[in-house]
Write a new protein. Structure first.
Length: 475
């Protein structure tokens, strides 16, 4: 028996945020089990090797990021890290907060991903950002090792993103249009700009002047929204109106609350109220002070984070990539594939015949094509039922005939499964689909993922790296 070996991948994380842009380069050490072993591929260690300076995100104008400036910054930081794109095996670029809403956010992160490495993917979405910040801050690991429920509150320039981890798993996200740059100031303290979220939902916006007292009142209103978001449900109607996506109807009691992000770092400063409130020409300092002064703040089980302003970018660089099980069946010639919409085929475990499987698959494809699955896509098969030869044959026949009827002959058949069955299902499918490329990977947990990226095989060709994401711009 061949002993387990270690395999190290170089990963990059790039966070283009409302206020700041950052780059980290990390090493992911994988467990590469023996060929005849049963263990799955796991990440044994995540080590950040390089952290870039925190740079202010450059804008060409109020609604457009300066693409050339960001690209130049990232190229320079990769050189400083001693890495070229050819050295990068995996990683992600994420646009966060208000930066994700700019006109050129999507093409910008696509360009960054394409030039940063073979399997560096483009991501966005407040909920995804919330989870990555929690993982980057170590909250997910601490929740798992201590068996606790931890909420991370990531407050940036444009949004506040809360992730709740129970026993190490992200169970909820709660995201608000509230951030440190809701109001920006001239160096003199004069109001320079006001975010739409404030204009639309702050009753006293007409009274917002250049007077410090009006800025303190706005900060108190922002802080109330954030505390309400952390403590709820139930939620105040204004909090609900500011929500990005849905808020939960139930929530577990929290053992720990951790503040991260640029404003989160200021919250950890017990002397923040004494700082220059206009130090960053925005609401950041006042918002942090208002949170600490909030009458329910001391009742929160707040724990300081070792990683605050860098939590998201570290999460992006070390936690976006997961790995499939070791029973894959892939045509490596078509990998990597990116941004495949996930098409869920439910009820296969109850489909008793190939005709029933075919019908369910066709219905799922038709429904998906009414949305954004207009090109290539990935089937998600939560369960196909008992993993017997007869059962796998029925499912393979049904899916193959559905593809023959509804999908172009040269388009690949990509399927993801929760069960440990991709090799046998893939081999059975390959015998039925002719020359159509097939990619079957298993033992993935999709949760609410809407898109998937799959990279080239690793671990002696027995697994593939996968990124499961929301990829939502302009939420």
């Amino acid at each position: 028996m061949v002993r387990d070996a270690a395999e190290t991948l170089c990963s990059v994380g790039i966070d283009v945020g409302t206020t700041t842009t950052q780059v980290v380069v990390s090493d992911l050490t994988l467990q590469t089990p023996a060929v005849d072993g049963a263990a799955s591929v796991e990440v044994l260690d995540r080590t950040v090797r390089y952290r870039s300076p925190i740079r202010e995100t450059p804008y060409a104008d109020g609604s457009t990021i300066d693409t050339d400036a960001v690209l130049a910054f990232v190229d320079r930081e990769l050189r400083s890290a001693g890495r070229s794109p050819a050295d990068i095996d995996t990683g992600a670029v994420i646009a966060t907060g208000e930066a994700a809403k700019t006109r050129n956010a999507e093409p910008l992160v696509d360009r960054l991903a394409e030039r940063s490495g073979e399997f560096v993917v483009a991501t966005a979405g407040a909920a995804f950002e919330a989870v990555l910040a929690g993982r980057g801050a170590g909250a997910a690991t601490r929740s798992r090792t201590e068996g606790t429920t931890v909420a991370t509150v990531d407050i940036g320039g444009g949004t506040t993103n809360v992730a709740v981890f129970v026993d190490g798993t992200a169970r909820q996200t709660r995201c608000l249009d509230v951030g440190g740059r809701d109001v920006q100031f001239e160096p003199t303290g004069t109001v320079a700009s006001v975010a739409d979220s404030v204009r639309d939902h702050y009753d006293a916006v007409d009274a917002l002047s250049d007077a410090p007292a009006t800025h303190r009142r706005l900060a108190a209103w922002q802080a109330e929204r954030i505390v309400d978001c952390v403590e709820g449900p139930p939620f105040d109607p204004t909090t609900e109106a500011l929500a990005i996506g849905s808020l939960p109807s139930k929530a577990p009691p929290l053992d720990e609350v951790v503040f991260t992000g640029g404003v989160g770092r200021l919250v950890a400063d017990g002397e923040v109220a004494k700082r220059d409130p206009y130090a960053f020409d925005d609401m950041g300092v006042r918002l942090a002070a208002a949170l600490r002064e909030h009458h329910r703040f001391d009742a929160l089980p707040v724990r300081e984070s070792a990683t605050d302003i860098r939590a998201t970018v570290i999460g992006v660089g070390t936690h976006t990539t997961t790995f499939s099980g070791r029973t894959i069946a892939v045509d490596a010639s078509v990998l990597p594939v990116r941004d495949l919409p996930v098409v869920t085929v439910g009820g296969l475990d109850a489909a008793e015949s190939a005709a029933s499987v075919r019908q369910r698959t066709l219905q799922a494809i038709e429904t998906a094509r009414e949305g954004d699955a207009v090109g290539e896509f990935a089937l998600w098969l939560p369960s196909i039922g008992p993993l017997t030869y007869d059962r796998v044959s029925v499912v393979a026949e049904g899916i193959a005939t559905a593809y023959a009827a509804a999908v172009e002959a040269d388009a690949p058949l990509v399927a993801l499964t929760g069960q440990n069955c991709a090799k046998v299902l893939g081999q059975t499918l390959a015998a039925s689909v002719g020359s159509r490329p097939t990619i079957l990977v298993d033992e993935l947990e999709l949760d609410d993922a809407r898109y998937v990226d799959l990279g080239a095989p690793v671990a002696n060709g027995t697994a593939v790296p996968a990124t499961l994401k929301t990829l939502v711009f302009d939420e």
